[in-house]
Design a protein around this ligand. Structure first.
Ligand code: MG
Length: 166
């Protein structure tokens, strides 16, 4: 069974994962509206992945006989003028998520909850990929600048993303 501190922290993480899902859904809709279907689809994959993360936390808490507490989801930003702005926002968000996962891992260690540490390992690995993906796209977008053809081609490239990482 999870102790109270760990349970509260894990329940808070469910909310953060759903907030992330909401954040990426907003980006997906924003770029769909701007005619960038590839990026809309890329952010939709992110949206689905974050929902999956939330569900993984829910299932884990239930498996440890903990009580789920679903908190209200705060509002998210609705508009991004440029892709670079959106991916810089994505990177800084993912850095915050990394810090949050690390804090959970530290707390689990303090509470001698080794099962939770083991559960969190996949999220620690996942965050390496999340930050790397955002940084790669920032680099490419900086290279392209406001070249319309470049944006068009990158939109085609990101449209090929079909999988969800976790
Ligand atoms: Mg996540």
């Amino acid at each position: 069974m999870l102790n109270q501190k760990m349970l509260e922290a894990l329940n808070t993480q469910i909310n953060k994962e759903y907030w992330s899902a909401y954040f990426y859904l907003s980006m997906s809709a924003n770029f769909a509206h701007k005619g960038l279907e590839g990026f809309a689809s890329w952010f939709e994959m992110q949206f689905k992945e974050e929902q999956l993360h939330a569900e993984m936390f829910v299932k884990y808490i239930v498996s440890r006989n903990g009580k789920i507490e679903l908190k209200p989801i705060d509002g998210v930003r609705q508009d991004w003028d440029t892709l670079l702005d959106a991916f810089e926002d994505t990177l800084s968000h993912e850095q915050k998520v990394t810090a949050s996962i690390n804090e959970l891992y530290t707390l689990a260690g303090k509470e001698k909850d080794y099962a939770t540490q083991s559960f969190l390992k996949r999220f620690i690995d996942e965050q390496i990929e999340e930050e790397e993906n955002a940084q790669l796209l920032i680099d490419k977008l900086k290279l392209i600048g406001d070249n319309g053809l470049g944006i068009y081609l990158l939109d085609k490239e990101v449209a090929t993303r079909k999988t969800i990482a976790v």
